[in-house]
Every structure is written in C-alpha cells, then in structure tokens.
Design a protein around this ligand. Structure first.
Ligand code: NAD
Length: 310
C-alpha cells in the first residue's frame, strides 16, 4: 500500500470522519479502523466496503496497537484527555516498530495534556504528534465540511492539509503543537458564555413583552449578535432548524460544552489568565446537566434551565 492510515475512535464525529477519509483516499491506500465499540467498527467497515465511492482498502484492527503499528498516519478522535493519554500509553509500547509516523489527534483536550502526549511520542522515536481539533459538529463531520485548527510544525503543514481536507473544508494553522487546542478552547469559552447570555437576554426581552422573533431580528443586526442568537437561538420557533425548535434534541450536547469549558478554565489557570465569568458559567452547565428536563439535550437548553418563558 502507498499510504497506510489508522483511525481510532469511531464515535459521533470519528465515524463520519473516517468514512469521508476512506472514500476520498485512492484505492492504493489502506485504512485500519478501531474503537472499543466493536459494533461501530463492524458497521463502519461494512458501510465503507458497500460504498460505490471506492476509496482506500478497509481493514479492521483488533486493538489500538494493530491500528497504529503498520500505519504512516494515525488519527485519533476520542472524548477526553484521559482517553487520549490511555490510548497512547497502549500504542507506545516497546514492541511497536519505530517509524516516522504522524499522529493527528482531533479530540478536544487541554493543550498541556496534548503536549505531554506529543513529548511521549517523540521520545519513543515514534514520529510526531499534532493537534487538529475541529468545529462544525456532527453535521459538518457527516458532510465533510469541518474546520480544523491545526497545531503543528510548519514543516508538516503541507502534508497534513490534504489529509484533513478529506474530512473538512478548512484548515487553520495556528502555530506549533498545542496551539490548535488553544484556539479551539478560546472559541468554545466564548461560545459557552454567549449561550448563557443569549438565553438571559431573550428571556429578559420576552418577559418585558417583546415578540421573540422581533427581538432576535434586532439583536442579529445589532451589537449583541452571536452564533447562539443567530443560528442556535435558544427560544423555540425563532429559528426553525435550531435544536430549541425540536425540544433541544440533537446539536451540541450540554455535557460536551461543560467539558470544553472545564478544559478552557484549566488552560487559562496554567497561562495565568483570569476568567471572571468562567467559574460561574461552569456551575450553570454542571447544574443544568443534572437537571431532569435538561440532561442529554443541546446546550441551548440553558434557556429552559434559567426559567426562560416557553
Ligand atoms: P463520542 O463519545 O461520540 O465518541 C468517542 C469514541 O471514542 C467512542 O466511540 C468510544 O467508544 C471511543 N473510545 C473511547 N475510548 C477508547 C479507547 N480507549 N480506544 C478506542 N476507542 C475509544 O465523542 P464525539 O462526539 O465523536 O467527540 C470526539 C471528540 O471530538 C471529543 O473530544 C469532542 O469534544 C470533540 N468534538 C465533538 C463535537 C460534536 O459535536 N460531537 C464537535 C467538535 C468536537
């Protein structure tokens, strides 16, 4: 095979990303897939093989080691820092053949954990580890329109871009390893706050007697405009395609928002950056996640949590 790929972590995002990558690789390449969820691996392998799009040869790995050992490029898409550290402690065993591999981690984790793993990869003589967290959600993963924030040495960018563009539409090189995650967490910190602020502002206006759509239309041409007000408005009926209009189902889960905010706060602490609002916002997401009428929902359900008029 010309280029061998390994893909570890076939959840909501990874499943769709691996599928797009496989379909867009030439048949001279191969992709070896692995997840702890054997059903997901089996289902994905069958879907890939049944696809008329052609693509790379599909192989099923029985362990993370098998997914990595022969590969030139290994992509990971795992939930939290502990999963990434755990997977790499399994990969980086003394019997793993030394090779100049590229490890692309698309998980949203904190920059310090990411740097730690990158150092372990380098000192084990196993190649280079870069961070490429993404935005665009499950919809973007399925459509292959993700935006990647890449933290990698300049010398690798031209090699990494075409790989990532098989799963997304844009790659922003942010600087050296770890900086992709810094960009991702800074953005998601702002998103976490904007979401709460939008819920509060909408509730305020509605209780003052304003029509929700009229208020949103004004905000969206004024200085309060933001993604939660314009695209993911938390009030039912304002945006028909937003999760709020389908009882907050689908979308960006409240537990993922809570996780990203927690990671941003950890990274801010390490950098000595003071966050006045982060701590309180974290409490709001933590409490909302436990509330019976909010758990498992899109993060815009904060509107319901704060007692927004429905
Ligand atoms: P997910 O929980 O759906 O999937 C994670 C997958 O990793 C699961 O299939 C799980 O079985 C697998 N896994 C866990 N430990 C493993 C191990 N040791 N070996 C092999 N597989 C293992 O999560 P997701 O929604 O796909 O998100 C993945 C990452 O992408 C997260 O860090 C998340 O924050 C980030 N992200 C998610 C979204 C989104 O909208 N879902 C958007 C942007 C970024």
């Amino acid at each position: 095979r010309l280029d061998r790929y390994g893909f570890i972590g076939l959840g909501q995002m990874g499943y769709q990303m691996a599928k797009n990558l496989q379909a867009k690789l030439p048949p001279s390449d191969s992709i070896r897939i692995f997840d702890l969820n054997a059903d997901a691996v089996q289902r994905l392998a069958e879907e890939m093989k049944a696809s008329t799009a052609g693509g790379a040869v599909v192989e099923i790995a029985k362990s993370v080691n098998e997914a990595a050992s022969d590969s030139d490029t290994v992509i990971t898409c795992l939930p939290e820092p502990s999963h990434v550290k755990g997977v790499f402690s399994q990969i980086l065993t003394p019997d793993l053949p030394k090779k100049d591999r590229i490890y692309i981690d698309c998980s949203t984790i904190d920059p310090s954990s990411s740097r730690q793993v990158a150092e372990q990869v380098a000192s084990a003589g196993q190649g280079q580890f870069v961070d490429a967290p993404m935005s665009g959600g499950v919809v973007g993963a399925r459509a292959g329109t993700l935006t990647f924030m890449l933290g990698a040495p300049d010398s690798l960018v031209s090699k990494l871009e075409p790989i990532l563009l098989r799963m997304g539409k844009a790659v922003h090189h942010c600087g050296p390893q770890g900086t992709g995650l810094s960009a991702k967490l800074a953005n998601n910190y702002l998103l976490a706050l904007n979401n709460i602020a939008t819920a509060e502002a909408m509730n305020l206006g509605i209780r003052w007697g304003l029509d929700p759509k009229t208020l949103a239309n004004i905000i969206n041409v004024s200085t309060g405009r933001c993604w939660p007000s314009e695209v993911n408005n938390p009030v039912k009926g304002v945006i028909e395609t937003a999760p709020a209009s389908r009882d907050y189902s689908g979308g960006f889960g409240i537990s993922l928002m809570k996780k990203d905010l927690k990671l941003a706060i950890i990274a801010a602490d390490e950098a000595g950056a003071k966050l006045e609002l982060g701590g309180r916002a974290r409490e709001v997401y933590e409490e909302a996640e436990k509330a019976e009428n909010c758990k498992g929902k899109d993060f815009s359900v904060i509107y319901r949590f704060i007692g927004g008029k429905e």
